[in-house]
Write a protein that binds this ligand. Structure first.
Ligand code: SAM
Length: 216
């Protein structure tokens, strides 16, 4: 059974203060962090780790992203309540649960079958209903495009053209791009059919994006 006690809520309030002190300002993002029980995505023994501002192993050589990174990417995405959002890299499902606080229209795709099945179960347990997919998200989700927002939660070697094509005009893609050691957070906005603008933000270290447009 999933229990969210006052102690857990208190730990989340402290986590919100930490990400706020690191520079996250968007009220709705901070509220989403406060709302989603991050410990639901951890084994019971790791409760303390759930509310530290750190990435943590989730098996299969993958990680649940650091809360600050989740908040940072979510803030850059500027999700509106009517937005249709694609997340590439479901992992534990935590980032997806944060996105679901901002819009009900969330699609999420995971490459690793074990993690995909685990996240699907987790969403069911929590009563959440994102559209979940198993497959290579480096190619996006063409059958459900276009998307107002696309968020990539693994480090990419390039900006995948297929993701650009799946944005609405006015849509935004937030993606860490670089080598396997560090990636720069980029925000690409589709300002016209064939026109895009690119903004650069801080450096991060993500696990690699695999697949055709990833590290293969
Ligand atoms: N968003 C996740 C969370 O909240 O737990 C964290 C994501 S983890 C840092 C990156 C995830 O991207 C891993 O689960 C990995 O299996 C997945 N991944 C890597 N390449 C992918 C691809 N081409 N398509 C979909 N998922 C991919």
């Amino acid at each position: 059974m999933l229990i969210d006690s006052y102690r857990h809520k208190g730990m989340r309030k402290s986590l919100v203060r930490i990400v706020q002190e690191k520079g996250i300002k968007d009220r709705r993002v901070l509220e989403a962090i406060e709302q989603v029980p991050r410990h639901f995505f951890f084994e019971k023994a790791f409760l303390e780790q759930a509310y530290q501002d750190k990435a943590f192993p989730i098996g299969e050589g993958q990680t649940i992203s650091q809360p600050y990174t989740v908040a940072y990417q979510t803030e850059l995405l500027e999700v509106e309540p009517q937005d249709k959002v694609l997340e590439v890299g479901t992992g534990s499902g935590y980032q997806c649960s944060i996105l679901l606080q901002l819009t009900p229209h969330v699609y999420t795709i995971e490459y690793n079958e074990v993690l995909y099945q685990k996240a699907k179960k987790q969403f069911q347990l929590m009563g959440l209903t994102p559209a979940t997919f198993l497959g290579d998200g480096s190619e996006g989700l063409p059958q459900h495009a276009p998307f107002h927002k696309i968020l990539v939660t693994a480090g990419a070697p390039i900006i995948p053209k297929s993701l650009l094509r799946q944005l609405t005009v006015g849509g935004k893609l937030v993606i860490p791009v670089g080598d396997t050691a560090t990636q720069k957070m980029l925000r690409i906005t589709r300002v016209g059919e064939e026109e895009f603008t690119k903004e650069e933000f801080d450096n991060f270290k993500f696990v690699p994006l695999l697949g055709k447009q990833g590290w293969k």
